[in-house]
Design a protein around this ligand. Structure first.
Ligand code: CIR
Length: 258
């Protein structure tokens, strides 16, 4: 498992409630979202990371979801071309921040589109989701770049799903060939041979969690999943995420970890 030392984060801005959402959970409360963002940052720091805080960008209501703007490997940063036109301008400040850490950068180019939330790194293998946001051309460009960095890749086409905005909306990799999967993904042949922690539909939001060094950061309020993760010997760092769930945001998408 990659040892992470850093993460890039960006708090939601004043226009946060204008972002894209399909969740029917009401408008987000910005002060509470900012408080939850601080809790999320504290969890990343508790897992050992040093944070780079980008300033809010009100021109891009969804720009707090920085994970969608890049795919990071140990030696190469790949800037995405987000699938939602309203999000494509988010990449510029992220690229500028990554330039300070990565001597080598690449980019997904149109007509390819790709959101980082569709990319699930599982050790030397990377699952690339094909969704409404990541098209086959973007997936193919990323696969070629990752193969050049020594990764194997496979595509997971979830365009038939109404519940999964991104592939990682429904899955996470915890290390040691262990995946957290929502019911809908649990039987897919792409994941045969992995140890699977299956998350029932009622707890589906928690399937998007992140392994960071010896810890797992996961949405607060899912005790059954916490118990299964604790049984793996991993430290639990639960964080409240309600104001991000309202905007279709998974926990992973609030940071770029490297
Ligand atoms: C969007 O629809 O693009 C944002 N409202 C949510 C993006 C969440 N990203 C993620 O889970 N990787």
């Amino acid at each position: 498992m990659t040892h992470f030392t850093r993460a890039i984060v960006r708090p939601p801005g004043a226009t946060y409630a204008d972002g894209i959402t399909s969740a029917d959970l009401g408008a987000p409360d910005l002060p509470l979202a900012l408080e939850q963002h601080q809790g999320y940052c504290a969890a990343l720091e508790a897992a050992g990371l040093t944070l780079t805080h980008l300033p809010p960008e009100d021109a891009y209501p969804d720009s707090t979801f920085v994970e969608d703007t890049a795919v990071l490997t140990p030696a190469l940063a790949i800037i995405s071309h987000p699938g939602a036109p309203s999000r494509q301008g988010e990449i510029h400040t992220v690229r500028a921040a990554l330039t300070g850490f990565y001597p080598r950068l690449a980019a997904i180019e149109p007509p390819g589109t790709l959101d980082g939330g569709d990319i699930c790194e599982a050790g030397d293998h990377v699952f690339i989701g094909v969704t409404a946001r990541t098209n086959p051309a973007g997936a193919a460009q990323l696969a070629a770049l990752l193969q050049g960095e020594g990764f194997t890749t496979s595509l997971v086409d979830v365009r038939g799903s109404t519940a999964l905005l991104h592939l990682k909306t429904g899955m996470s990799y915890l290390g040691d060939r262990t995946l957290v999967l929502v019911d809908e993904l649990a039987e897919r042949p792409e994941f045969a041979g992995y140890r699977i922690i299956r998350v029932p539909t009622a707890a589906a939001y928690a399937a998007n969690c992140i392994r960071v060094n010896d810890a797992v950061i996961l949405p607060a309020g899912y005790p059954a999943l916490e118990a299964q993760i604790a049984a793996l010997g991993l430290r639990l760092l639960p964080v409240p995420m309600s104001e991000y769930q309202k905007m279709d945001g998974g926990l992973s998408c609030l940071s770029l970890r490297f």
